[in-house]
Ligand binder design. Sequence first.
Ligand code: M6R
Length: 601
Amino acid sequence: MCGIVGYIGNQEAQPILLDGLRRLEYRGYDSAGIAVMQQQKISVRKCAGRIDKLQQLTDASPLHGSIGIGHTRWATHGEPTDLNAHPHTDVKGDIAIVHNGIIENHAALRRHLEAQGCVFVSQTDTEVVAHLIHTLYRGDMMAALQQAIRMLSGSYALAVLCESEPDVLYCVRLGSPLVVGVGQGEMFLASDIPAILPHTRDVLILEDREIAVLKRGSIEVFDDLGARKTPAPLHVSWDAAAAEKGGFAHFMLKEIFEQPDAVRKTLSAYCGPDGLQEMLPGAPDLVNFIACGTAYHAGMAGAYYFAQLADTESAAHIASEYRYRKLFPHANEAVVAISQSGETADTLAALRQAMEMGAHTAALTNTLGSTLDRTVSRSLLTYAGPEIAVASTKAYITQVETLLLMAMDLGLRKGKLTRERAKELLDGLAKLPEKMESLLKNQAYLQQYCDRHMHEKLMFFIGRGMDHSLAMEAALKFKEISYLPCEAYAAGELKHGPIALINNGTPVIAICTQESLLEKTLSNLRETKARGAETICVCPQRFAERAAREADIVWTVPDADELLLPLLVMLPMQLLAYHMAVAQGRDVDKPRNLAKSVTVE
Ligand code: M6R
């Protein structure tokens, strides 16, 4: 979703802003722009399309100055056009702003401002903010911003330049993330950390309604009433290289290959010489997960683990549904919000609902300092490192791994899991990265399959129990980056309708990790084959012979404990989606219409 960058220092702002915008490209966008203070005058360059186009504009007509703001826009109000791109300015052009989020009362504000003579040039909700600040400005931007944010409803992260205060960069947030990078005699602003990593690892994360006043050598933070605050900067351990492609054709491929290491790091974070840490506080007897997209699929796997290992009732909920559902308080319930970014609007809103209901809440996130991380008292991190590709891979794998560890910890504390079984699982988990590495070495068969099947019209992914959640995740990966229509179904449900879609040659991929359900799923696969499907079974080596009796093709992963197999079978599924997207010539890391961090409802 939209991205913000800002710079104030002694270097030329334009290249720093453009580089920062490129690092935010992964969030998803359809137009981009920058504004720079040139000899005390604001100049803007912006256009619909990619940053390369903006670069052409700035190459043809460069902006010189050491203070500036930049933006990548993911259209919500108004099409992706040059005029709708940010930055937006007031009537006179002496205030420029960039904005992430949605101003919900923009229509009423627009009418009010038009009545005062403001002339609007775009269809965006953002432009009202530029005009509003202009009408409120009386020589003190702090005061104007304090008044403006009292009049705005919705969510925003705003960065503001003002010609009358040419050596200051202002910013404020509510609901949309904003971080300040603290350098030596210079400050950097961005909507997330990877954009400022090449410059500094000391970051200050703004809280809701905080206004930050950035000057070359100082940063001051105030609350919305003007009281000074003294937030402590955070030192992030990610380095800039972690957010670069490092020789891989795409971030997604690099991130798939980083999974063995991410699994190692996550395991060692929660399991030391004394065994597993206490992960979820207390001993809940109901655990609900709330999340969106891939994180929801991880939650489905988590619910399976909690039932199996901790004998605890558990379910995963789509956050955008949960937040509008009638909730029933439960005396000893834990609600765990799962989110890679920690900024997903629906997940945060669902979490607030759960908090209001009085549930014990916890978070599982990949992003230290994210809104989710800071909202709950118990936040568990996944150690995947920055995930840049829109399609989530290593974040998912580490979410599933951490949920497994959480379930084991609870199972041990509740006396539902024996020490011996826990040791078996932990030993297996320690060996998993090597198995993942061996699996990643051979992907030619997947590439060849995709080259042969790139003109398919429809694919099916099926599975039962835990494998149903894996099938859903595999299909989501496929849809979002290859744009190929896919159905993910609980294998037993096929005959209740979707089997009608099977045609001659329709690929049906069955994921089989559970011995007790193998024959059932294979028999569902047989039913699709009888109707012309080309059937594939993805399973551990030890099921290969049985699978080969039913499936046209068998793709195996190394043998491992049944509960660890989800972490292995997802690798060929991710690679399959990747190779299909490459074969189709898709923009793998930045699929159309999608954003990495979905900060609007
Ligand atoms: O940052 P989050 O984990 O909260 O994001 C949730 C979904 O938007 C995300 O998982 C999305 O489905 C991915 N693009 C899937 O690859």
